[in-house]
Design a protein around this ligand. Structure first.
Ligand code: PEP
Ligand code: MG
Length: 755
């Protein structure tokens, strides 16, 4: 570090003295800028702190007019100081005034200073302010000086975070750390939750910043790096990681980063400036995070993410495990904040106290999203840098409906959300009142409403909604949240428990629908060009009959004495159904041969979700005991529009002539063959879509439990006969409109049907 140790060693010692002095926060800041200016042989040293409104306020200065303190503010992006805050990068200039971003503030008297060096005050990647030194003469600041100033800025960041400066802010102006943030992500689970932040695996708190003995700190850092590398090697060599495939590749890349010389050199250099090993890791991590936030290239972002992960490991090694909240003693009204989280981790928390989940990662199909939905916990994903921006205990609002998060909201925002939550609660109350009312349309058509489920925790919704049964039990969820492949006995135990809770109401178990986006962590992942069109669901079941047979056995055993309903996903041809039926019949025969109790009756149905089956409808309706329309997949394949790809998923409307005619064929052919048919895709749970489906002739639906109330309220106000007439007419004379939705909405309004 070319002699920097001497310079910054002295500086850090002086800073420590100032930090320890029993003086007011303003006095401390005033002394700090004097020390920094003296050490860097600069005529000016100034501290700007980021305020709630995004502007930067001058908090202390040595060299500029002192009267300007707490008066001068720079708007976000304004001047060199604003530029540093928005870019989160240091800026060194030998001729500041010739820089296009230079903005002159007469009250500070800074026009006489030519050279300028500014660094962002960063904490956890978030900008909290800017630290500046200036010189009258034109000069080049050395790398060591930039480094030194960054190190000082880190200490300042901790001072700001510790709240020492709060008292200094002007009335009405709050410093950046406390400013409200409105962040937009993606909806993982619907609902609105208000509460206070609890950090899942919080960042490690660093209390010891300045080193007593830099040599020892280098040794500590080296030892921690060695421990980290060893742990990663072990992780890779352990038997439970597949020897090939993506998982392995990811870990290998991770290992490569753990040996990244540039990254390790950065940390060593920072230790040499006089920080403790953990403070050095934190500083480099903070820079990495700041870069990550501004990085749009997904590859580089991922790379920075890996470095961030490694830094966390190092911190835990150096400081010991962070003392997070234990899962059992979660405070009331908790909003969990995490980078990412496995589904099992969420299930570990006490659900009664959980009001919401905020994740930095996690798309709508992630397992955590599935579990959050099952538990009815509002959740939002893809909130960039949430774990750095949100402090434990901060007020947070999760709007799972809009996919938004309000961090430290202003009172009026909070009140608006309280109203929203109250409105939802009132609606829920109205739906609850409908609970005992029959699901019958205004013109007397009976409709069957069932719920979709997948975990035991979902089953409580059966009683709560008074639904007539479970129309789709997604058995793959047990496999997805487990650490290992569930044994036949474990599968049977779940099915036993489900049937017990159902207490005589019918449950339709769908056999494993894995593959595609539904990946099992312990199963080797195949590289497929188009996983949605790949080796999945019944295709795996027929190619790996042991897996399917074991599941069917578990289902048949659990169903002893019951009326069992099993259905098969992703069936593309009648032939596939017949092959699977043979397998099921063989299992049933074996059960009887072994003298075990068999189900009282067994109905084997099929999901209609692959368009090819639309051209074998009479045959499949004759062979299968029932049909269940999976509109999620059916529509994605019908329109060739990936249901997970936001760019195209909403491009085509199922309520278009093409979508509705396909659905009409299914219900018509099922009626001709006297084969019961249900809709279990998302379409069946959206009031306006359900209205259209009832008009087409569908009488049975299975949906998320939250949809039961709105759908029941809709259908009880509906004249199904009139809706049918209108829809028939529209479909008979399609005029090429992209969607019939506007016509259906107008019809609903005309009939005063809430949709
Ligand atoms: C569907 O495809 O509509 C369906 C209900 O199944 P899943 O969403 O589990 O694919
Ligand atoms: Mg499907």
């Amino acid at each position: 570090m070319r002699g920097a140790l001497g310079g910054s060693g002295v500086l850090l010692r002086r800073l420590r003295e100032v930090m320890a002095a029993p003086v007011s926060p303003q006095e401390r800041l005033d002394r700090l800028v004097v020390v920094i200016a003296g050490n860097l042989v600069a005529e000016v040293c100034s501290v700007y702190v980021l305020r709630e409104d995004g502007s930067l306020e001058l908090y202390a200065t040595e060299g500029l007019n002192r009267e300007a303190v707490h008066l001068t503010t720079m708007r976000a992006g304004e001047g060199l100081v604003g530029l540093i805050a928005s870019e989160a990068e240091p800026l060194a200039l030998s001729d500041a005034q010739s820089h296009p971003a230079f903005s002159y503030r007469p009250e500070t008297g800074e026009e006489i200073y030519r050279s300028f060096l500014g660094v962002p005050i960063l904490r956890g990647g978030a900008v909290m302010g800017v630290l500046v030194v200036q010189n009258r003469a034109s000069r080049l600041y050395s790398e060591d000086e930039v480094e030194s100033l960054q190190t000082t800025a880190m200490i300042m960041a901790e001072m700001i975070a510790a709240g020492g400066l709060k008292a200094l802010s002007k009335p009405g102006a709050t410093i950046g750390l406390d400013r409200p943030i409105h962040s937009i992500g993606t909806t993982l689970a619907d609902g609105v939750g208000l509460g206070h932040a609890v950090l899942h695996e919080p960042r490690v708190a660093i209390t010891n910043l300045i080193a007593e003995d830099p040599g020892r700190e280098v040794q500590r850092l080296e030892a921690a790096i060695a421990t980290m590398r060893l742990a990663i090697d072990e992780l890779i060599e352990r038997g439970d990681v597949a020897h090939t495939g993506e998982h392995r590749d990811v870990l290998e890349t991770f290992r490569m980063f753990a040996h990244d010389q540039g990254w390790l050199r950065r940390m060593r250099e920072v230790v040499m400036t006089g920080l403790t090993a953990e403070a050095a890791v934190e500083r480099v991590q903070s820079d990495t995070r700041a870069k990550m936030l501004r990085q749009t290239d997904p590859y580089l972002r991922e790379r920075l993410h890996d470095l961030d992960d490694l830094a966390n490991r190092l911190l835990r090694t150096l400081v010991g495990k962070s003392n997070g909240v234990t899962r059992e003693d979660l405070p009331e009204n908790a909003i969990l904040i995490a980078r990412s989280m496995g589904p099992a981790a969420l299930l570990d928390y006490d659900r009664r106290h959980l009001r919401g989940v905020v994740l930095e990662e996690g798309g709508p199909t992630s397992h955590i999203a599935i579990v959050a939905r099952a538990l009815g916990i509002p959740a939002v994903g893809e909130i960039a840098n949430a774990t750095a921006l949100i402090q434990a205990g901060d007020a947070v609002i999760v709007d799972g409906q809009a996919g938004e998060v309000q961090i430290r909201p202003q009172p009026d925002v909070e009140n608006a959300y309280k109203d929203k939550a109250r409105l939802r609660a009132r609606k829920q109350e109205q739906y609850r009142k409908l609970k005992t009312q029959p699901a019958v349309t205004k013109d007397g058509v009976e409709i069957q409403l069932q719920i979709n489920a997948g975990l035991l925790v979902d089953m409580a919704n059966l009683e709560e909604t008074n639904a007539s049964g479970v129309g789709l039990f997604r058995t793959e969820l047990q496999f997805m949240v487990a650490q290992h492949m569930p044994t036949t006995a474990e599968q049977q135990a779940l099915y036993d428990a489900v049937l017990k809770v159902a207490n005589g109401r019918p449950v339709t178990f769908r056999t494993l629908d894995i593959g595609g986006d539904k990946v099992l962590p312990y199963m080797e992942r195949l590289e497929e060009e188009n996983p949605a069109l790949g080796w999945r669901a019944i295709r795996i079941g027929l190619d790996r009959p042991r897996l399917l047979r074991a599941q069917v056995r578990a289902l048949l055993r659990a169903g002893a004495g019951c009326d069992m309903k099993i259905m098969l996903p992703m069936v593309a041809t009648v032939n596939e159904f017949l092959r699977a039926r043979m397998l099921v019949r063989r299992e049933l025969a074996m059960l009887e041969r072994d003298g075990r109790p068999a189900p009282a009756s067994l109905k084997l149905g099929v999901m209609v979700e692959v368009p090819s089956l639309l051209f074998e409808l009479p045959e499949i309706a004759r062979e299968a005991d029932f049909l269940s329309v999976g509109t999620n997949d059916l529509m994605q394949f019908l329109f060739a529009a990936d249901r997970e790809n936001k760019r195209v998923s909403d491009r085509f409307d199922p309520l278009s002539a093409a979508g509705l005619r396909a659905l009409r064929n299914i219900v018509d052919e099922a009626a001709k063959a006297d084969c019961p048919v249900t809709v279990c895709g998302e379409m069946g749970g959206k009031p306006i879509e359900t209205l259209a489906l009832i008009a087409l002739g569908y009488r049975s639906f299975s949906m998320s439990s939250a949809s039961i109330g709105p759908v029941k309220a809709m259908l009880r106000a509906l004249d199904a006969g009139k809706a049918r007439q209108r829809l028939d007419a529209w479909l008979g004379s399609s005029d090429g409109a992209a969607s019939l939705r506007p016509l259906l909405a107008a019809l609903a309004a005309e009939m005063k049907v809430p949709v």
